[in-house]
Design a protein around this ligand. Structure first.
Ligand code: HEC
Length: 155
């Protein structure tokens, strides 16, 4: 199979599963557009590092990871116009309270704010037919401890 045929075959596969596919900007050779799943994988890493930094009371690192996480979410909303803006703006209060807790160096407030923020992640996943991507406040420092892998009970 020629390269072009491969790419078309792959694109066809993606179209069947990607919700936001109709709104994807197709990357041109001079402009690389990260896939939404890749942006989200970065968000997952930052979400977990944010928790680890907060737990270790390394507030400077936590502030940095929060900025990075915000940047990922903004990038997702800007690049993928299929994401309703309200799904991103509903996260604003919990992003703000996480930031406030970091500034105040308050571990308990931080834990609460991160829990609210994590609910915001799931709220958008549910509304975008991705309810099987379930984020949680990490239970331990292992990689992917911030995701639930057991299937959800059907409503
Ligand atoms: C505004 C909507 C929205 C918000 C907010 C959001 N996500 Fe997502 N996320 C998505 C969509 C849509 C997908 C599915 C992407 C796809 O199908 O390619 C996704 C997929 C994911 C995935 C699966 C990626 C993979 O390839 O395995 C992870 C992990 C994830 N999100 C983490 C997060 C975390 C952590 C947060 C909160 C800090 C978050 N998301 C907030 C819309 C959102």
């Amino acid at each position: 199979m020629k390269l072009r045929a491969w790419m078309l075959a792959l694109a066809g596969l993606g179209a069947a599963t990607a919700v936001a596919a109709q709104d994807l900007k197709s990357p041109s050779a001079d402009q690389y557009v990260p896939r939404l799943g890749d942006i989200m994988s970065a968000a997952q890493t930052r979400h977990q590092k944010l928790w680890l930094a907060g737990k270790a009371q390394n507030w400077e690192l936590a502030a940095y990871e929060l900025r990075q996480l915000k940047a990922s979410l903004i990038e997702a909303a800007v690049l993928y116009s299929g994401i309703p803006v309200s799904n991103v703006t509903t996260l604003e209060p919990s992003l703000q309270s996480t930031s406030d807790a970091i500034d105040a160096k308050e571990g308990r407030k931080f834990a609460k704010a991160l829990g609210d923020l994590t609910e915001g992640c799931n709220g958008c996943h549910r509304s975008m037919k991705r309810s099987f991507v379930v984020m949680k406040v990490p239970s331990d420092p292992q990689p992917f401890a911030n995701q639930q892998f057991a299937p959800q009970a059907r409503p």
